[in-house]
Design a protein around this ligand. Structure first.
Ligand code: ZN
Ligand code: ZN
Length: 362
């Protein structure tokens, strides 16, 4: 049985247990997770229909069908012609099912049309259901995440030897993009270079600010390699660190290390957030740590589990997520350290292994 047939069988087993009669997924990562095929986000509908019992069917625009790698043991492919009514085809395949779990990223238009045709079905979000399947990674998935992490770690090390001062954030971010693609990434998703006071905005868009001596620079970037995501943040300081930076960085480093060390099966997502937050708060910076500790990562850069207060999700071996506390001092500087980690049978593996101390650059 191939990997995707196995995942589809696992989905069907969970559907039976949870009383879901059919699963519909379209654009986004749920579809390639289950079939190996990533649909173009087109107005022409693509839909995988997985009945709790029976053979899954992938409905695709006829002109896209040649891109689907046929896996007859996993699912069959139905191509629809330009003059066909694809929603009618999907409705027919669903038949008289009662409860349909519907993919989060599927266009609402397709859902509304299906609901209008048949009001007897109830639709529920597929998010939790799919998160349950996707959160625990297989050894192959972890290997892919490890390769993606290694690529960005290499770029971090290269950037440590690069001049920052006198260049715009945008110029430095372009260099990061070029280096990461050259090193093996297929696509980039984000490329934050936030210098000086811009560092206090966690998702700053790199712009025309010219980096100066005395700036702390937040560098947070990632993309995709072989279908899996990377995401790392390291700090660069141009010459002398700004006032107050070193004291805060010592605290941040300790908080990030302690949270990574606390990862093991059985702890909750919320408890990991608390480990870092308590250290930062006790040092007096609690109000400046303005976001959750981290997010799951896999085919998507942000996916379950989310490491945030109130999330009682229990960490299991194979879950992969970021540990990324930050301290943001408005108008002055910001800082963040981010690693992707995987919970192992008895602890944790850090996938990003580049030096977490800040790099002094010219
Ligand atoms: Zn990041
Ligand atoms: Zn992240």
């Amino acid at each position: 049985m191939n990997e995707h047939a196995g995942r589809l069988a696992r989905a069907q087993a969970v559907m039976k247990r949870e009383g879901i009669d059919a699963l519909c997924v379209s654009v986004g990562s749920d579809l390639p997770y289950l079939t190996g095929y990533r649909a173009m986000p087109l107005e022409r509908v693509t839909m995988l229909i997985v009945p709790a019992d029976g053979h899954p069917e992938l409905v695709v625009p006829g002109l896209e069908a040649p891109r689907v790698e046929v896996r007859d043991d996993a699912f069959t492919v139905t191509g629809w012609a330009e003059s066909d009514d694809p929603i009618g085809i999907i409705d027919g395949l669903l038949g008289d099912v009662g409860t349909v779990a519907f993919g989060d990223e599927t266009w609402s238009r397709f859902l509304l049309e299906l609901q209008a045709i048949n009001t007897a079905r109830s639709f529920v979000p597929a998010s939790e259901f799919m998160a349950g399947l996707r959160m625990v990674k297989s050894p192959d998935e972890i290997a892919a995440l490890r390769r993606a992490a290694k690529t960005v770690d290499g770029v971090v090390d290269e950037m440590a030897g690069v001049r920052f001062s006198g260049r715009t954030e945008r110029d430095v971010s372009r260099e990061i993009i070029d280096r990461t693609i050259s090193a093996g990434h297929d696509t980039m998703e984000f490329w934050i270079v936030a210098s000086g006071p811009n560092g206090a905005s966690p998702h700053h868009e790199p712009g025309e600010r010219v980096i100066e001596p005395g700036d702390a620079v937040v560098v947070d970037f990632g993309g995709h390699q072989d279908g899996y995501s990377s995401d790392t943040t390291r700090m660069f300081v141009v010459g002398e660190a700004p006032y107050g930076f070193d004291d805060a960085f010592t605290v941040l480093y300790e908080a990030q290390s302690a949270a990574v060390d606390a990862v093991r099966p059985g702890v909750t997502a919320a408890s990991l957030d608390a480990v870092a937050r308590d250290i930062i708060s006790e040092a007096g910076y609690g109000d400046l740590f303005i976001h959750r500790l981290g997010h799951g990562i896999g085919m998507d850069t942000h996916e379950h589990p989310y490491l945030i207060e109130g999330n009682d999700q229990v960490i299991e071996a194979g879950m992969a997520f970021s540990i990324e506390p930050g301290i943001y001092n408005p108008g002055e500087w910001g800082m963040r350290i981010e690693d992707i980690v995987v919970a192992t049978g008895d602890g944790v593996e850090r996938l990003n292994t580049s030096d977490r101390a800040y790099r002094v650059v010219s």
